[in-house]
Design a protein around this ligand. Structure first.
Ligand SMILES: [Ca+2]
Ligand SMILES: [Ca+2]
Length: 319
């Protein structure tokens, strides 16, 4: 199933129409608000250009040379090399096995004097939105973008006191799977920012919708879903744009559950994840500095998690 789907994805990529036109590098512009939070659309699921592979978000973030319309369609990113994070080759959470479920995130991130521009395509055949109370911010299907406009990394992520300018952004796709009897409509997609903070001997988590100066859009596409994002530098703790060559902090996460009977356990039985149908991976979980203790209390050092300790992230430079 997974291999077949990947083959079709490759075939589709090879046969995509080349709808991109070369663009003159222009001054940075803030994406228009009109397309903000665009609703899901399968009708618009028409590939617009071939995806160029070979990106490496752990080492570099290319310059963005277009004008972004935040509508979920990635036609502004035709010339941005894509980084692929798959569940079978990404970095699993420490002390857990490599997932066998076969889903993949293809992401294109670029920057200009205005901010970060990104497009996320996920091959995911079964979309599950878990919207129960505080579980609603990350999963079971999600894309995580950890991004910081400053360097060096500081450890515990709280987005304010310790490391202003760092941000964990979470995207959840829509889902037609729901535990509500008689309700068959889609549960809408969402984008949130998560903030972890020290709280006694443990940590707490707050999450909130992305601030209005950011832009995001979602669409369901054949075999998965897509998000598009714009984050201004101001939201990443910078008053002015960084210079080329600047090092920032960045990480990616991908989570998935492909069980079409996901909600069958609700509400009377324990949740059981069938083997081979779920997993989560990251682009990086870097070793902590020698002698460092993780601030992801009460987790131990070898279980530091990218969403609470930014020292585990990549440190790419802006090209
Ligand atoms: Ca777009
Ligand atoms: Ca899924």
């Amino acid at each position: 199933m997974g291999a077949t789907r990947k083959w079709f994805a490759l075939l589709a990529a090879l046969t995509w129409l080349s709808g991109c036109s070369m663009r003159e590098p222009g001054a940075a512009t803030v994406p228009p608000r009109v397309a903000d939070r665009a609703s899901a659309s399968t009708a618009a699921d028409v590939p617009v250009c071939s995806i160029v592979l070979g990106g490496s978000l752990c080492t570099s973030v290319p310059r963005f040379a277009g004008s972004q319309v935040v509508d979920g369609v990635g036609d502004e990113f035709c010339e941005v090399p894509a980084t692929v994070l798959s569940t079978r080759s990404g970095v699993p959470f420490p002390q857990t096995a490599q997932p066998t479920v076969d889903d993949a995130l293809t992401v294109r991130v670029a920057w200009d004097d205005s901010g970060l521009h990104a497009h996320f395509h996920v091959d995911d055949p079964v979309l599950v939105r878990d919207f129960r109370l505080d579980s609603s911010w990350a999963g079971p299907d999600y894309v995580e973008l950890d991004i910081g406009g400053t360097f060096p990394l500081t450890g515990f992520y709280d987005g304010e006191t310790n490391d202003a300018g760092f941000m964990n952004v979470y995207f959840n796709p829509e889902s037609t799977l729901t535990p509500i009897k008689g309700f068959t409509g889609p549960v809408p997609a969402q984008a949130t920012a998560g903030f972890a903070f020290l709280q006694g001997t443990n940590y707490g988590i707050e999450r909130a919708p992305l601030p209005d100066i950011a832009r995001w859009a979602y669409r369901t596409v054949a075999g998965g879903y897509e998000f598009e994002l714009y984050l201004p530098w101001a939201l990443l703790g910078r008053q002015t744009a960084p210079a080329p060559g600047t090092t920032i902090a960045l990480d990616l996460g991908l989570g998935t559950n492909d069980d079409p009977a996901y909600w069958s356990w609700w509400p009377t039985t324990d949740q059981v994840v069938p083997a081979g149908l779920a997993g989560q991976v990251f682009l990086a979980i870097q070793p902590l500095p020698a002698g460092a203790t993780t601030s992801c209390r009460p987790l131990t050092t070898d279980r530091a998690n990218p969403w609470c300790d930014d020292r585990t992230w990549c440190q790419p430079t802006l090209e």
